[in-house]
Ligand binder design. Structure first.
Ligand code: ATP
Ligand code: MG
Length: 392
């Protein structure tokens, strides 16, 4: 589909599986061109619902709901890996445009399958192997050395599916932790930095990547993204080549978040790929000539991509649910934050806070990276999430 005409009197409809903050920001971008948006999400007042014309309230894997979404939409995309790849594949065979293509979703949904795919396509990854028994795991740990990283192959996010095996004594506990789920072992990478690139490929095969972002995780959750990443030009070159190679290996329209490690000897390897907009790409809303959400929509609608240019240094920090609040919450300090120049506050609109849940983010831009870091840090200290007792 090459798109040249939009009809505001009968707008094109984008169906999005998942109505979280990523779905919300895709929908927001779609609304700029007055496209119609339908979302599929089990939570009625999920973040994207405020920008959606319609919502199908159902589980992400519900085949009937996915079918209904396709019948209501001209294009279906997704913001989460939990979507039902088999159901999407069936719809693809009936010529429904679903992007990224369902085969990509199937590959990334399983970390072992994903790593095999990357390795087979010549993309550097840490050493890894499927775990088949406790004694085989023991042998693998001996081979890779301690610590080693045990990962559940499916349904893990924010580090919840990872277990660091520090010594032989941890082996049986690590397997118990995953209670019979399929697992893989990965060599522990003593990285000097984590970086990521958003890379998009459109229907015509054009590929464009965003600047390299440097990511700092805290307790396995993304805490801070710094752009430009503080890396050498050789590392930057490797990262860009890897991102482009990954996008062409997938051979699918869409945007991809390529998470990578930089080793102490300056080699770049892929940790994992997200077939969707990514938390580490939020900075582009303020700092680039195009946002990841617009680039994604262009990619899946068959529109030309533009080469994202970094307009200013930027630092993004996440606002996470604190410990001890499991319910309605307030975000305090808004007027103080708004007084800091170059700072943008995003509040996703989740009705309930949970420990470590992503509730919003702050992006600070400035004329220098040092200043952007300072601004983001200062802004985050001004924010306080607390329990809402009896409303505001
Ligand atoms: P997310 O949802 O944040 O992407 P995830 O649950 O999919 O996380 P991973 O991305 O595999 O999990 O890992 C989370 C973090 O754990 C990584 O960002 C990195 O800090 C660390 N990590 C993962 N694999 C390794 C490894 N092989 N060696 C060292 N650290 C690792
Ligand atoms: Mg990850």
């Amino acid at each position: 589909m090459a798109l040249d005409t939009l009809s505001p009197s009968d707008p094109l409809c984008v169906g999005i599986i998942g109505g979280g903050q990523l779905g919300k920001m895709i929908a927001h971008e779609a609304k700029r061109m007055s496209l119609k948006v339908v979302i599929l999400d089990p939570t009625k007042d999920c973040p994207a619902s405020s920008f959606a014309d319609d919502q199908i309230v159902a589980d992400f894997k519900d085949e009937n709901a996915i079918r209904k979404l396709s019948s209501m939409s001209d294009i279906v995309t997704y913001e989460i890996e939990l979507a039902n790849s088999a159901a999407l594949k069936e719809l693809e065979s009936q010529k429904y445009p679903i992007f990224p293509l369902p085969h990509v979703l199937k590959i990334v949904q399983n970390k072992y399958r994903q790593k095999l795919f990357l390795r087979e396509n010549g993309i550097p990854v840490p050493e890894f192997a499927l775990v088949t028994s406790e004694s085989q795991l023991e042998g693998l740990c001996e081979e890779y050395g301690y610590p080693a990283m045990l990962k559940a192959c499916e349904d893990s996010y924010d580090g919840r599916g990872n277990f660091i095996i520090a010594s032989k004594d941890d082996i049986s506990r690590s397997l118990q932790y995953f209670a019979g789920k399929e697992c893989m072992l990965e060599k522990f990478v003593a990285f000097s930095k984590e970086i990521s690139i958003m890379v998009a490929r459109n229907i015509q095969g054009q590929i464009e990547s965003f600047p390299v972002a440097e990511n700092i995780h805290r307790n396995s959750i993304l805490d801070t993204t710094i752009v430009p990443a503080r890396i050498s030009s050789s590392v930057q070159g490797q990262a860009k080549r890897i991102a482009t190679k990954t996008a062409s290996a997938f051979g699918s329209p869409g945007i991809f978040g390529v998470e990578m490690f930089v080793t102490r000897d300056n080699k770049v390897m892929v940790n994992e790929i997200a077939p969707r907009p990514h938390n580490s790409g939020h900075y582009a809303n303020e700092a680039c000539s195009i946002s990841q959400f617009e680039q994604h929509l262009r990619a899946v609608m068959g529109l030309p991509l533009v080469k994202p240019e970094l307009l200013s240094p930027a630092v993004m920090v996440n606002i996470l649910g604190p410990d001890g609040i499991d319910g309605p919450y307030n975000i305090q300090g808004v007027s103080k934050i708004c007084a800091v120049p170059g700072v943008k506050l995003y509040i996703y609109g989740k009705k309930i806070s949970k420990y470590r849940r992503k509730l919003g983010h702050i992006t600070a831009t400035a004329s220098s990276l040092g200043k952007a870091i300072e601004r983001a840090k200062a802004a985050r200290e001004m924010i306080k999430v607390d329990r809402a007792i009896g409303g505001r």
